[in-house]
Design a protein around this ligand. Structure first.
Ligand code: BGC
Length: 535
């Protein structure tokens, strides 16, 4: 029994930072109108859905994840009319748009917090206040480089407030039904405007309970299920994508349904990021050993038939090393972040291409894994052309530099004399060398290869929807798995080493090279890969 796939189960996503994409009014900041001008690029690339980083009014302590007004657009980016125009323009090209929904916290500049700290009703209990900073002591600190406690004293109120991220981001009190209702209102407001759903930020932390680590609590799941039920009833085509940086068995309940029976439809999130897979791709590649990937996939529970994982190589944050052991974290830091400036919190603040020494074959290899392992792939803007980063910039800003469109003034990003951040201009990754225009006209470019990956992915439902079966090969550097869907089988081969490896391959069609392979032994060159449709 096969059901018709839901759109998000076969979609390719593109994570986009509006400030970095295109400046339409010459103020040095990317904006929504600029993004509209660049939508054809995304449509041609072949992605299905854009995920927008926060565009709300914000003091930008956490680059917009500190929201000061859930119903507006930051003036740097434009207006609500621009947002509507963006959605219309995207939809006209068959592109969907989801946006970040920050449920857990607001900015300390939000009027709710300003009222709450003055005990003004009805906002007195909108946040988590306490006379002591000793409550919930088992909750870890996430931004370890900047915060030493999850409590901060507020002079105005004369109490401590709870925050899981920066101290300028007070956590909302989800025990207050009025807060829950506010979030329903916010979600409806944006979906009424035509938004296709949300990437729900930092969801494990919505509720706090003494004696727990304050993550993944039953109350949190109950609230999220109510949100999903509302969406199913009122916006059945819109999705919720779960950002829970957790082990697969802890993410599984976020899909809802019955965690012991994957045939029961999910009733919580439509999608969830697979965080632990991501560092293991880098680990496997550096070690030339498939085990980290095979082991985490073996530990990944089956998910409901109406759900999908979301997979990624990089995003706008540091490459998180929260879901690895302490020894593995140290090893990853040594291997991938030798300069201390490359490290941030429990992670690595670098982009894909620099992490892989700008080595084309390894960049291709990881992208090939992104498109062949289970889950809807998410491309982080700029990684499709191999953009670099700037570790001289603070926090995660070095990964959020302007998009490199061409070799001209300001890389085609803006006409301003001063930009929100410098364009990467070094000898290896600078815009003169790495830009969209050059790659569009170069048939062997990374960009056109990624475009081919997307096109091929879309013609092969097995890559999006198929079961996965790992096959044994005597060489641990050879990662071999099949994706199986209905009568189709795609054999995916990945050589994680710098030497050729021989493998017996069945009669098949090589989907990327578009040639037939008659059964026999092939030698896969270093870091090479094959997508073989078994005949
Ligand atoms: C986002 C970060 C942000 C944090 C707090 C995360 O999960 O991805 O960029 O700093 O939530 O909102």
């Amino acid at each position: 029994m096969f059901q018709t796939p839901h759109w998000y189960q076969t979609a390719v996503f593109y994570e986009l930072y509006v400030r970095a994409f295109q400046d339409s009014d010459g103020d040095g900041q990317g904006d929504l109108q600029g993004m509209i001008q660049r939508l054809d690029y995304l449509a041609d690339l072949g992605v299905d859905c854009i995920w927008l980083l926060p565009t709300f009014p914000s003091p930008l302590v956490d680059d917009g994840y500190d929201i000061a007004d859930y119903y507006g657009v930051h003036p740097d980016y434009g207006s609500i009319a621009d947002f509507k125009a963006l959605i219309a323009a995207a939809h006209a090209r068959g592109l969907r748009v989801i946006a970040d929904l920050v449920l857990n916290h607001t900015s300390d500049q939000h009027p709710w917090f300003q009222a709450s700290r003055r005990r003004q009703e009805p906002y007195t209990d909108y946040y988590v206040w306490s006379d002591t900073d000793q409550k919930y002591a088992d909750a870890r600190i996430i931004f370890v480089d900047t915060e030493s406690s999850n409590w901060t004293w507020d002079e105005v109120r004369g109490q401590y407030f709870w925050h899981r991220f920066y101290s300028q981001q007070p956590d909302l009190n989800f025990d207050n039904p009025a807060v829950q209702e506010e979030m329903f209102k916010v979600a409806r407001y944006w979906m009424d405007m035509g938004l296709d759903g949300f990437r729900a930020d930092a969801v494990p932390y919505l509720f706090e309970r003494e004696g727990t680590n304050c993550e993944n609590l039953p109350e949190t799941h109950a609230f999220l299920k109510r949100l999903r039920a509302m969406m199913d009833a009122e916006y059945p085509d819109a999705i919720l994508l779960c950002e829970a940086n957790q082990w697969p068995e802890d993410v599984r309940p976020y899909f809802g349904g019955d965690p012991t029976d994957a045939s029961v439809p999910g009733d919580e999130f439509h999608m969830g990021f697979h965080f632990p897979l991501m560092p293991r791709l880098y680990m496997a590649l550096k070690r030339g050993d498939r085990s980290p990937v095979a082991d985490i996939m073996a530990r990944t529970p089956a998910i409901p038939p109406n759900s999908q994982w979301a997979t990624f190589l990089r995003n706008h944050d540091e490459l998180t090393l929260e879901m690895v052991t302490e020894a593995e974290r140290q090893w990853m830091w040594e291997q991938y972040a030798p300069d201390p400036r490359m490290r941030l919190n429990l992670g690595i603040r670098r982009r894909l291409a620099p992490l892989l020494d700008n080595d084309r074959s390894r960049i291709e290899l990881l992208n090939s894994l992104l498109f062949t392992l289970p889950g809807s792939p998410i491309i982080y803007y700029g990684d499709e052309i191999g953009m670099g980063d700037n570790i001289a910039l603070p926090d995660r800003n070095g990964l959020r530099t302007p998009m490199q469109w061409d070799a001209g003034f300001n890389a085609g990003f803006s006409t301003a004399s001063e930009l929100y951040a410098p364009i990467v201009a070094d000898r290896t990754y600078g815009y003169q060398r790495v830009n969209v225009a050059d790659q569009l006209s170069n048939p062997t470019s990374l960009l056109l290869l990624i475009q081919q990956f997307i096109t091929t992915y879309k013609t092969q439902p097995a890559l999006a929807l198929g079961d996965i079966r790992f096959l044994h090969h005597p060489d641990r550097a050879m990662l071999v798995f099949e994706r199986i869907y209905r009568r189709e089988r795609i054999l995916c081969l990945h050589n994680l080493s710098d030497r050729g490896i021989a493998i017996h391959a069945p009669a098949s069609h090589d989907l990327l090279a578009d040639v037939d392979w008659s059964e026999g032994v092939m030698t896969l060159p270093p870091y090479d890969y094959r997508w073989l449709k078994v005949l």
